[in-house]
Design a protein around this ligand. Sequence first.
Ligand code: HEC
Ligand code: HEC
Length: 155
Amino acid sequence: MVSSDRLGPGETGEIKAVMQTKGKKGLVTKTVQVRTNDPEHPLTILKLKARIQDPFHQDIGSSTTLFSDPCRTCHVERGIGKMGTVLFRADCIMCHRRGKKAGSIADMRKLPRKDLRKIISFGKEGTMMPGFASVAGGPLTDQQINSLVRYIKNR
Ligand code: HEC
Ligand code: HEC
């Protein structure tokens, strides 16, 4: 971490600090304490600041981009071949959980099955909710959509 643990007056050294950014968002700070036997500056606090850039979510276009590259890696591929709960976790929960603009499962459950199936299949115009049915250009089969309706209604 430190280039040398002994520095004479006026000498300079280097300190290497590593900041863990995985899973972090926005502004992240880290402090490093440097303790020395310099009677005038026994303790120096270094503050590191970084703004984490998320290359995918800076300028989100329309809902249809979700199913194409590079978005599909996270928003489509994890749900391939999955059903019910697992499919909901893979494809839906990133937008539908507490604290998000889109409703939670509890909100969705209030809708009749017919409406649920329709919105999941064809999306909600003017929002980031895309149509997931293959006939609407989405990645899901009818069977997968039915499994989601069942999961939402029965949970
Ligand atoms: C590396 C994986 C990954 C990629 C690639 C990715 N996303 Fe996401 N996306 C996520 C995750 C995870 C969340 C949930 C983030 C959160 O809740 O903080 C999310 C959330 C979203 C949301 C909801 C934002 C909100 O706050 O409700 C939208 C819209 C979205 N992504 C669109 C896109 C678009 C468009 C692309 C392609 C340009 C894309 N994503 C690429 C992982 C990804
Ligand atoms: C990219 C974000 C995103 C993803 C992924 C997403 N939704 Fe949505 N969803 C939305 C938004 C935004 C709305 C509209 C909320 C509003 O009306 O303001 C919505 C609306 C809905 C509605 C209508 C009820 C409501 O809350 O308004 C249902 C049902 C729904 N989504 C189910 C799903 C299911 C099931 C999946 C997974 C297959 C899914 N959504 C994936 C963003 C998303």
